[in-house]
Design a binder for this molecule. Structure first.
Ligand SMILES: Nc1ncnc2c1ncn2[C@@H]1O[C@H](COP(=O)(O)OP(=O)(O)OP(=O)(O)O)[C@@H](O)[C@H]1O
Ligand SMILES: [Mg+2]
Length: 331
Protein backbone atom coordinates (compact mmCIF):
# COMPACT_ATOMS: atom_id res chain seq x y z
CA UNK A 1 0.00 0.00 0.00
CA UNK A 2 1.33 3.49 -0.90
CA UNK A 3 1.01 6.59 1.26
CA UNK A 4 -0.54 9.74 -0.31
CA UNK A 5 2.02 11.41 -2.65
CA UNK A 6 4.37 8.41 -2.48
CA UNK A 7 5.55 7.45 -6.01
CA UNK A 8 4.67 3.80 -6.82
CA UNK A 9 7.80 1.99 -8.04
CA UNK A 10 7.51 0.79 -11.64
CA UNK A 11 5.86 -2.64 -11.96
CA UNK A 12 9.02 -4.14 -13.49
CA UNK A 13 10.96 -3.24 -10.34
CA UNK A 14 8.21 -4.63 -8.07
CA UNK A 15 8.24 -7.87 -10.09
CA UNK A 16 12.03 -8.11 -9.75
CA UNK A 17 11.83 -7.52 -5.99
CA UNK A 18 9.08 -10.18 -5.67
CA UNK A 19 11.19 -12.66 -7.61
CA UNK A 20 14.10 -12.12 -5.22
CA UNK A 21 11.80 -12.47 -2.19
CA UNK A 22 10.46 -15.76 -3.60
CA UNK A 23 14.05 -17.02 -3.99
CA UNK A 24 13.61 -17.32 -7.76
CA UNK A 25 16.46 -16.44 -10.19
CA UNK A 26 15.96 -12.92 -11.60
CA UNK A 27 16.68 -12.20 -15.27
CA UNK A 28 19.75 -10.11 -16.13
CA UNK A 29 17.42 -7.24 -16.94
CA UNK A 30 15.83 -7.58 -13.47
CA UNK A 31 19.27 -7.65 -11.83
CA UNK A 32 20.00 -4.37 -13.67
CA UNK A 33 16.79 -2.83 -12.36
CA UNK A 34 17.53 -3.90 -8.77
CA UNK A 35 21.15 -2.75 -9.02
CA UNK A 36 20.14 0.69 -10.30
CA UNK A 37 17.51 0.94 -7.54
CA UNK A 38 20.19 0.23 -4.91
CA UNK A 39 22.53 2.76 -6.54
CA UNK A 40 19.78 5.38 -6.89
CA UNK A 41 18.96 5.07 -3.17
CA UNK A 42 22.64 4.84 -2.19
CA UNK A 43 21.92 1.48 -0.54
CA UNK A 44 25.32 -0.29 -0.73
CA UNK A 45 24.20 -3.17 1.51
CA UNK A 46 21.28 -3.96 -0.78
CA UNK A 47 23.69 -3.81 -3.73
CA UNK A 48 26.11 -6.27 -2.13
CA UNK A 49 23.31 -8.60 -1.03
CA UNK A 50 21.87 -8.61 -4.54
CA UNK A 51 25.10 -9.73 -6.22
CA UNK A 52 26.20 -12.17 -3.50
CA UNK A 53 22.76 -13.79 -3.85
CA UNK A 54 22.48 -13.95 -7.63
CA UNK A 55 26.19 -14.59 -8.30
CA UNK A 56 27.72 -16.78 -5.55
CA UNK A 57 31.01 -16.90 -7.51
CA UNK A 58 31.29 -13.14 -7.11
CA UNK A 59 30.58 -13.23 -3.36
CA UNK A 60 34.26 -12.92 -2.41
CA UNK A 61 34.71 -9.90 -4.68
CA UNK A 62 31.69 -8.04 -3.30
CA UNK A 63 32.40 -8.85 0.33
CA UNK A 64 36.12 -8.12 -0.02
CA UNK A 65 35.98 -4.77 -1.81
CA UNK A 66 32.78 -3.15 -0.70
CA UNK A 67 33.49 -1.62 2.71
CA UNK A 68 34.81 1.62 1.21
CA UNK A 69 33.15 1.45 -2.21
CA UNK A 70 31.09 4.35 -3.54
CA UNK A 71 28.52 4.55 -6.34
CA UNK A 72 29.42 6.71 -9.39
CA UNK A 73 27.20 8.55 -11.87
CA UNK A 74 25.62 6.49 -14.60
CA UNK A 75 23.27 7.34 -17.46
CA UNK A 76 21.03 4.44 -16.50
CA UNK A 77 20.84 3.19 -20.08
CA UNK A 78 20.52 -0.57 -20.49
CA UNK A 79 23.45 -1.88 -22.60
CA UNK A 80 25.73 -4.91 -22.50
CA UNK A 81 26.47 -4.20 -18.88
CA UNK A 82 24.61 -3.54 -15.62
CA UNK A 83 25.41 0.19 -15.95
CA UNK A 84 25.99 0.84 -12.26
CA UNK A 85 29.55 1.88 -11.60
CA UNK A 86 31.50 1.95 -8.34
CA UNK A 87 34.80 3.36 -7.25
CA UNK A 88 36.62 1.06 -4.88
CA UNK A 89 40.10 0.37 -3.53
CA UNK A 90 41.77 -2.66 -5.08
CA UNK A 91 44.33 -4.38 -2.89
CA UNK A 92 47.07 -5.13 -5.42
CA UNK A 93 50.42 -6.75 -4.57
CA UNK A 94 52.03 -3.33 -4.73
CA UNK A 95 49.45 -1.84 -2.36
CA UNK A 96 45.95 -0.35 -2.54
CA UNK A 97 44.98 1.29 -5.86
CA UNK A 98 41.76 3.12 -6.78
CA UNK A 99 39.67 1.07 -9.22
CA UNK A 100 36.60 1.56 -11.41
CA UNK A 101 34.16 -1.35 -11.30
CA UNK A 102 31.88 -2.24 -14.21
CA UNK A 103 29.70 -5.37 -14.39
CA UNK A 104 29.21 -7.06 -17.76
CA UNK A 105 27.10 -9.89 -19.11
CA UNK A 106 29.62 -12.71 -18.99
CA UNK A 107 28.98 -13.95 -22.53
CA UNK A 108 27.90 -10.60 -23.95
CA UNK A 109 29.61 -9.08 -27.00
CA UNK A 110 30.57 -5.95 -25.00
CA UNK A 111 33.00 -7.87 -22.80
CA UNK A 112 34.37 -9.85 -25.76
CA UNK A 113 35.07 -6.64 -27.70
CA UNK A 114 36.75 -5.00 -24.69
CA UNK A 115 38.96 -8.04 -24.03
CA UNK A 116 40.05 -8.25 -27.67
CA UNK A 117 41.05 -4.57 -27.68
CA UNK A 118 42.97 -4.93 -24.40
CA UNK A 119 44.73 -8.07 -25.67
CA UNK A 120 45.59 -6.90 -29.20
CA UNK A 121 45.85 -3.11 -29.07
CA UNK A 122 47.09 -2.28 -25.58
CA UNK A 123 50.02 0.14 -25.96
CA UNK A 124 49.54 0.42 -29.76
CA UNK A 125 46.64 2.92 -29.77
CA UNK A 126 47.15 6.64 -30.51
CA UNK A 127 45.78 7.34 -27.06
CA UNK A 128 45.65 5.68 -23.65
CA UNK A 129 42.85 3.42 -22.43
CA UNK A 130 42.04 2.56 -18.79
CA UNK A 131 44.06 -0.50 -17.77
CA UNK A 132 42.13 -3.64 -16.88
CA UNK A 133 43.32 -4.67 -13.40
CA UNK A 134 41.24 -7.80 -12.99
CA UNK A 135 38.29 -9.68 -14.49
CA UNK A 136 36.27 -11.76 -12.00
CA UNK A 137 34.02 -14.23 -13.89
CA UNK A 138 30.66 -15.17 -12.35
CA UNK A 139 28.03 -17.49 -13.78
CA UNK A 140 26.07 -14.95 -15.88
CA UNK A 141 27.93 -11.77 -14.98
CA UNK A 142 31.60 -10.80 -14.83
CA UNK A 143 33.12 -7.95 -12.82
CA UNK A 144 35.78 -5.91 -14.61
CA UNK A 145 38.06 -3.72 -12.51
CA UNK A 146 39.79 -0.90 -14.37
CA UNK A 147 42.45 1.47 -13.05
CA UNK A 148 40.51 4.48 -11.79
CA UNK A 149 41.19 7.39 -14.21
CA UNK A 150 39.37 10.55 -13.10
CA UNK A 151 37.10 11.60 -15.96
CA UNK A 152 36.23 15.05 -17.34
CA UNK A 153 34.46 15.11 -20.72
CA UNK A 154 36.62 16.41 -23.58
CA UNK A 155 35.63 19.61 -25.38
CA UNK A 156 33.94 19.34 -28.83
CA UNK A 157 37.21 20.46 -30.47
CA UNK A 158 39.10 17.92 -28.40
CA UNK A 159 36.74 15.19 -29.58
CA UNK A 160 37.40 16.11 -33.22
CA UNK A 161 41.14 15.95 -32.57
CA UNK A 162 40.84 12.53 -30.93
CA UNK A 163 38.62 11.40 -33.78
CA UNK A 164 41.26 12.40 -36.34
CA UNK A 165 43.99 10.50 -34.49
CA UNK A 166 41.79 7.43 -34.05
CA UNK A 167 40.69 7.53 -37.69
CA UNK A 168 44.29 7.62 -38.89
CA UNK A 169 45.00 4.63 -36.65
CA UNK A 170 41.89 2.83 -37.91
CA UNK A 171 42.84 3.25 -41.56
CA UNK A 172 46.25 1.73 -40.77
CA UNK A 173 44.61 -1.26 -39.02
CA UNK A 174 42.33 -3.17 -41.42
CA UNK A 175 40.86 -6.49 -40.31
CA UNK A 176 43.39 -8.23 -42.56
CA UNK A 177 46.20 -6.92 -40.33
CA UNK A 178 45.13 -9.21 -37.48
CA UNK A 179 45.49 -13.00 -37.26
CA UNK A 180 42.69 -13.38 -34.75
CA UNK A 181 39.50 -11.28 -34.61
CA UNK A 182 36.72 -11.71 -32.08
CA UNK A 183 33.70 -12.77 -34.20
CA UNK A 184 31.44 -10.34 -32.30
CA UNK A 185 33.55 -7.49 -33.71
CA UNK A 186 32.48 -8.37 -37.24
CA UNK A 187 28.97 -7.32 -36.21
CA UNK A 188 27.93 -3.69 -35.94
CA UNK A 189 27.30 -2.68 -32.31
CA UNK A 190 23.82 -2.80 -30.75
CA UNK A 191 23.43 1.00 -30.90
CA UNK A 192 23.95 0.89 -34.68
CA UNK A 193 21.24 -1.79 -35.03
CA UNK A 194 18.80 0.20 -32.90
CA UNK A 195 19.39 3.53 -34.65
CA UNK A 196 19.33 1.91 -38.09
CA UNK A 197 15.82 0.68 -37.35
CA UNK A 198 14.73 4.19 -36.32
CA UNK A 199 16.31 5.61 -39.48
CA UNK A 200 14.43 3.12 -41.67
CA UNK A 201 11.13 4.27 -40.13
CA UNK A 202 12.04 7.94 -40.65
CA UNK A 203 13.13 7.36 -44.24
CA UNK A 204 9.89 5.53 -44.98
CA UNK A 205 8.10 8.79 -44.13
CA UNK A 206 10.42 10.46 -46.68
CA UNK A 207 9.38 7.91 -49.31
CA UNK A 208 12.54 5.80 -49.12
CA UNK A 209 11.90 2.05 -49.00
CA UNK A 210 13.71 -0.46 -46.76
CA UNK A 211 15.25 -2.11 -49.84
CA UNK A 212 16.60 1.25 -51.06
CA UNK A 213 18.08 1.90 -47.61
CA UNK A 214 19.53 -1.62 -47.53
CA UNK A 215 21.09 -1.02 -50.95
CA UNK A 216 22.79 2.18 -49.85
CA UNK A 217 23.87 0.56 -46.58
CA UNK A 218 25.45 -2.32 -48.50
CA UNK A 219 27.28 0.14 -50.77
CA UNK A 220 28.58 1.98 -47.69
CA UNK A 221 29.70 -1.26 -46.06
CA UNK A 222 31.27 -2.63 -49.27
CA UNK A 223 34.72 -1.29 -48.54
CA UNK A 224 37.71 -2.44 -46.46
CA UNK A 225 36.74 -2.88 -42.80
CA UNK A 226 39.13 -1.37 -40.28
CA UNK A 227 39.29 -1.18 -36.50
CA UNK A 228 36.70 1.22 -35.01
CA UNK A 229 36.16 2.35 -31.41
CA UNK A 230 32.55 2.80 -32.59
CA UNK A 231 31.31 4.98 -29.71
CA UNK A 232 33.40 8.15 -29.80
CA UNK A 233 31.48 10.88 -28.00
CA UNK A 234 32.38 13.42 -25.32
CA UNK A 235 31.44 11.10 -22.43
CA UNK A 236 33.77 8.37 -23.63
CA UNK A 237 36.78 10.65 -24.24
CA UNK A 238 38.50 12.36 -21.32
CA UNK A 239 40.12 15.79 -21.22
CA UNK A 240 43.21 13.77 -20.21
CA UNK A 241 43.28 12.41 -23.78
CA UNK A 242 42.25 8.95 -22.58
CA UNK A 243 39.58 7.03 -24.50
CA UNK A 244 37.17 5.05 -22.33
CA UNK A 245 34.46 2.47 -23.04
CA UNK A 246 35.76 0.10 -25.76
CA UNK A 247 32.61 -2.06 -25.42
CA UNK A 248 31.37 -1.33 -28.95
CA UNK A 249 34.71 -1.78 -30.75
CA UNK A 250 34.29 -3.44 -34.14
CA UNK A 251 35.62 -3.75 -37.67
CA UNK A 252 33.69 -1.48 -39.99
CA UNK A 253 34.31 1.11 -42.71
CA UNK A 254 36.70 3.92 -41.66
CA UNK A 255 33.80 6.35 -42.24
CA UNK A 256 31.83 4.82 -39.33
CA UNK A 257 33.64 6.47 -36.39
CA UNK A 258 33.48 10.01 -37.92
CA UNK A 259 29.76 9.59 -38.74
CA UNK A 260 29.00 8.35 -35.22
CA UNK A 261 31.04 11.12 -33.55
CA UNK A 262 29.47 13.91 -35.63
CA UNK A 263 25.98 12.65 -34.70
CA UNK A 264 26.95 12.78 -31.02
CA UNK A 265 28.19 16.37 -31.43
CA UNK A 266 25.61 18.04 -33.69
CA UNK A 267 22.27 17.62 -35.45
CA UNK A 268 22.16 19.24 -38.90
CA UNK A 269 18.98 20.65 -40.42
CA UNK A 270 20.54 21.05 -43.89
CA UNK A 271 22.86 18.98 -46.10
CA UNK A 272 25.06 22.07 -46.53
CA UNK A 273 25.73 22.28 -42.77
CA UNK A 274 26.80 18.63 -42.62
CA UNK A 275 28.93 18.97 -45.76
CA UNK A 276 30.69 22.06 -44.38
CA UNK A 277 31.34 20.31 -41.07
CA UNK A 278 32.93 17.28 -42.78
CA UNK A 279 34.98 19.56 -45.04
CA UNK A 280 36.07 22.17 -42.49
CA UNK A 281 36.20 20.27 -39.18
CA UNK A 282 37.33 16.88 -40.45
CA UNK A 283 39.43 18.42 -43.23
CA UNK A 284 37.92 16.22 -45.95
CA UNK A 285 38.25 17.48 -49.54
CA UNK A 286 34.67 16.90 -50.69
CA UNK A 287 35.60 16.95 -54.39
CA UNK A 288 38.36 14.35 -54.03
CA UNK A 289 36.68 12.12 -51.46
CA UNK A 290 33.04 12.35 -52.58
CA UNK A 291 32.12 8.71 -51.88
CA UNK A 292 34.10 8.63 -48.63
CA UNK A 293 32.29 11.77 -47.45
CA UNK A 294 28.99 10.18 -48.48
CA UNK A 295 29.79 7.18 -46.29
CA UNK A 296 30.49 9.49 -43.34
CA UNK A 297 27.10 11.12 -44.02
CA UNK A 298 25.40 7.71 -44.07
CA UNK A 299 26.75 6.74 -40.65
CA UNK A 300 25.87 10.22 -39.39
CA UNK A 301 22.28 9.63 -40.58
CA UNK A 302 22.11 6.29 -38.75
CA UNK A 303 23.34 7.64 -35.41
CA UNK A 304 21.40 10.89 -35.76
CA UNK A 305 18.19 8.81 -35.85
CA UNK A 306 17.72 9.23 -32.09
CA UNK A 307 13.94 9.61 -32.02
CA UNK A 308 11.02 8.03 -33.85
CA UNK A 309 9.61 10.57 -36.37
CA UNK A 310 5.94 11.07 -37.29
CA UNK A 311 4.60 12.71 -40.42
CA UNK A 312 4.29 15.88 -38.31
CA UNK A 313 8.08 16.19 -38.28
CA UNK A 314 8.12 17.71 -41.74
CA UNK A 315 11.45 19.56 -41.29
CA UNK A 316 13.31 16.47 -40.08
CA UNK A 317 11.79 14.37 -42.88
CA UNK A 318 12.88 16.97 -45.46
CA UNK A 319 16.42 16.95 -44.04
CA UNK A 320 16.54 13.13 -44.11
CA UNK A 321 15.35 13.14 -47.74
CA UNK A 322 17.92 15.78 -48.76
CA UNK A 323 20.89 14.08 -47.11
CA UNK A 324 19.89 10.57 -48.21
CA UNK A 325 19.40 11.85 -51.75
CA UNK A 326 22.88 13.29 -51.76
CA UNK A 327 24.41 10.05 -50.41
CA UNK A 328 22.64 8.05 -53.13
CA UNK A 329 23.99 10.35 -55.86
CA UNK A 330 27.53 10.39 -54.45
CA UNK A 331 28.05 6.64 -54.06
N1 LIG B 1 38.49 3.67 -15.59
C1 LIG B 1 37.66 4.67 -15.22
N2 LIG B 1 37.99 5.48 -14.18
C2 LIG B 1 37.16 6.48 -13.79
N3 LIG B 1 35.98 6.78 -14.39
C3 LIG B 1 35.62 6.01 -15.42
C4 LIG B 1 36.43 4.92 -15.90
N4 LIG B 1 35.79 4.33 -16.96
C5 LIG B 1 34.64 5.02 -17.11
N5 LIG B 1 34.53 6.03 -16.21
C6 LIG B 1 33.41 6.97 -16.07
O1 LIG B 1 32.21 6.23 -16.10
C7 LIG B 1 31.37 6.65 -17.19
C8 LIG B 1 30.70 5.44 -17.80
O2 LIG B 1 31.67 4.52 -18.22
P1 LIG B 1 31.54 3.85 -19.66
O3 LIG B 1 31.49 4.86 -20.69
O4 LIG B 1 32.58 2.82 -19.76
O5 LIG B 1 30.12 3.12 -19.52
P2 LIG B 1 28.82 3.14 -20.44
O6 LIG B 1 28.41 1.75 -20.56
O7 LIG B 1 29.00 3.90 -21.65
O8 LIG B 1 27.83 3.89 -19.57
P3 LIG B 1 27.26 5.33 -19.77
O9 LIG B 1 26.34 5.32 -20.87
O10 LIG B 1 26.69 5.60 -18.43
O11 LIG B 1 28.40 6.22 -20.13
C9 LIG B 1 32.33 7.33 -18.15
O12 LIG B 1 31.62 8.33 -18.88
C10 LIG B 1 33.34 7.95 -17.22
O13 LIG B 1 32.78 9.14 -16.70
MG1 LIG C 1 30.23 5.30 -22.24
Amino acid sequence: MNFPGEVRPPQALLDAQARMRDGKEPSLHQIGLLARQASATGDMDAYIQLFTKVEPRLRRHFQHHSPEAEFLRSTGKVAGNINVFRKLTYKSLSGPVPAFEKIYRRNGSDLKRLQWVARHLWGRLPCQMPQIIEIVPGQRLSVVLFAFEPFTPVSPDGLIETLRDMNEFSIAHPASAFDVIEPAMQQMPLLYQQRRQTLAAGLALAGVSESELAGIEAACMDIVHVFNHADLHRFNVGRNGMIYDWDCACFAPAAHDPGRAIAALRTFRRLSGLRDFIQNRLGRDMAKTRSDAARIMFFYLVYAAKKKLTDQNTDEIKTLHEIFGHIRSAL
